[in-house]
Ligand binder design. Structure first.
Ligand SMILES: [Zn+2]
Length: 472
């Protein structure tokens, strides 16, 4: 016990971050605390507790770390601490590292767009500790050897993280004909299964995939798109597409598949995760399914919350993405759904493409936006503007994805992995080749000024911003 008000001494710390601004409740974090171990378990009912705001203006805290794990988070200056490394965090916001369950890293096969080293570099700068990468590489990640290659590239280039969790192909070659060898892929390290990039046309095949994944303790991530209604257009069917004379993709192409998927999940009693939800009609499907107790989770992406179909009005291929950007009413519906938990989580759908591939006619350009570098700044702007509650922001980027896919989570409870970042929420920066770490700069935000930069990022207590990749 400390004598009088004398600060208590804590020994053998590796890292002490002092006087960081924390906007959440310390008490509620302790409740959400985890077992010791690399994969903390958070119960479903505890989701959202982490971010409960106790002090609207926040409080200053010290974060104490030993052996890569959180020792405690205490009011600033309340303990007399000395650590091997000390960081003065005055003026900086403390956030747990983010998790992205949907990225495309292009290696193997298209390393000119992105490779695993550059993608993990963008993740480190962007504030992400865990990254799940999709299977549409060349060759497709449908065999254990591809999964093992990805993990080896990650280990070689970023040995201290960010951590990579490959997603296995649901069907061989993503052709939608024959299931991939999911058991082998799981054993090799695949954390989930998806045909992302292409919809699963056959409902029978999707059913078998969901049953098989359930037996393996894995979740199917579905890219919801009715292939008969949705030419890979990259523009919403509506006022803008008709003005431009482009074939548009209607919102029901997504919502019809979302409805099929939740009915299947309900019938089978199996889990399903819906990728990149972009419209109000899908939100209604998910909300009704959750009310019936269906085991469905869903993600949306920063661009669907911050941009509208007007971005493509000048035939700008940088805003060509699948599913397409939607009208304002959909953006508002998605913000409501993310705030109330109907949409559980955020994901970047980081889809890097080289400049020459996007600098062509709209119809010929590939779909996708490079998102790892900008995701935190753009979504923090929603919190700042009062459009997204802080607790929903934290849930969407941390607890919900980690819980759904069994990934390491820092809820700042003792024993949690010391994955956190210090964020200068007012620092302006211009989106461009000098500021983006991703190899590909394909974003409609190019040249725009965003606010908020990650100035320090620790994974298991080690800085990942000062360390340059050692591999390719
Ligand atoms: Zn997709």
């Amino acid at each position: 016990m400390p004598e009088n008000n004398k600060p208590q001494q804590v020994k053998k710390l590796d890292l002490a971050v002092k006087s960081a601004l924390w906007l959440g409740s310390l008490k509620s974090q302790a409740k959400a605390g985890s077992q010791k171990g690399s994969q903390p378990k958070i119960q479903r009912g505890q989701l959202g507790q982490l971010g409960m705001i106790k002090h609207p203006k926040g409080q200053l805290v010290d974060v104490l770390v030993a052996k890569g794990r959180i020792v405690s988070v205490v009011p600033a200056g309340s303990l007399d601490v000395q650590a091997a490394k000390e960081v003065d965090a005055r003026g900086l916001l403390l956030l747990p590292s983010l998790t992205d369950v949907h990225t495309h890293l292009r290696e193997p096969g298209q390393e000119y767009k992105e490779d695993i080293a550059s993608g993990l570099g963008a993740a480190a700068q962007g504030g992400f500790s865990n990254l799940m990468c999709m299977a549409n590489t060349r060759p497709v990640n449908d065999t254990a050897s591809v999964t093992e290659f990805m993990l080896e590239q990650a280990r070689k280039s970023w040995p201290h993280g960010p951590r990579l969790f490959p997603i296995g192909a649901l069907t061989k070659g993503l052709h939608g004909q024959e299931l991939a060898s999911m058991s082998d892929l799981k054993d090799a390290g695949c954390r989930a299964f998806s045909n992302d990039g292409r919809p699963v046309e056959s409902t029978e095949l999707l059913r078998r995939a969901m049953e098989y994944c359930q037996d393996l303790g894995r979740v199917v991530i579905d890219h919801c798109e009715d292939p008969w209604l949705a030419p890979a257009a990259g523009v919403n069917e509506g006022a803008v597409s008709s003005r431009l004379g482009l074939a548009g993709q209607p919102d029901i192409a997504e919502a019809i598949q979302a409805a099929r998927d939740v009915l299947l999940a309900e019938y089978l009693g199996a889990p399903i995760h819906l990728a990149h939800i972009s419209c109000e009609k899908s939100v209604a499907v998910i909300r009704a399914a959750k009310a019936r107790g269906v085991d469905v989770t869903a993600e949306t992406c920063p661009h669907y919350l911050t941009l509208t179909e007007d971005e493509v009005a000048g035939y700008s291929a940088q805003a060509k993405v699948n599913p397409p950007l939607r009208p304002r009413a959909d953006v508002e519906a998605l913000l409501d759904a993310l705030s109330d938990g109907t949409i559980d989580m955020l994901a970047t759908d980081h889809a890097p493409h080289a400049a020459h591939e996007k600098e062509v006619e709209f119809d010929a350009a590939p779909c996708g936006i490079s998102g790892l570098d900008t995701a935190l700044s753009t979504t923090w702007e929603l919190v700042r503007a009062g459009k997204l509650p802080f607790d929903a922001f934290l849930r969407a980027w941390t607890t919900a994805p980690c819980q759904r896919f069994g990934l390491p989570l820092n809820s700042f409870a003792p024993g949690d992995p010391a994955d956190f970042l210090l964020f200068d929420q007012d620092a302006p920066w211009v989106v461009g080749p000098q500021t983006m770490k991703s190899k590909s700069k394909n974003t409609p935000l190019l040249g725009r000024t965003l606010r908020g930069r990650v100035v320090a990022h620790f994974l298991a207590g080690k800085s990942v911003l000062d360390i340059e990749p050692t591999g390719a």
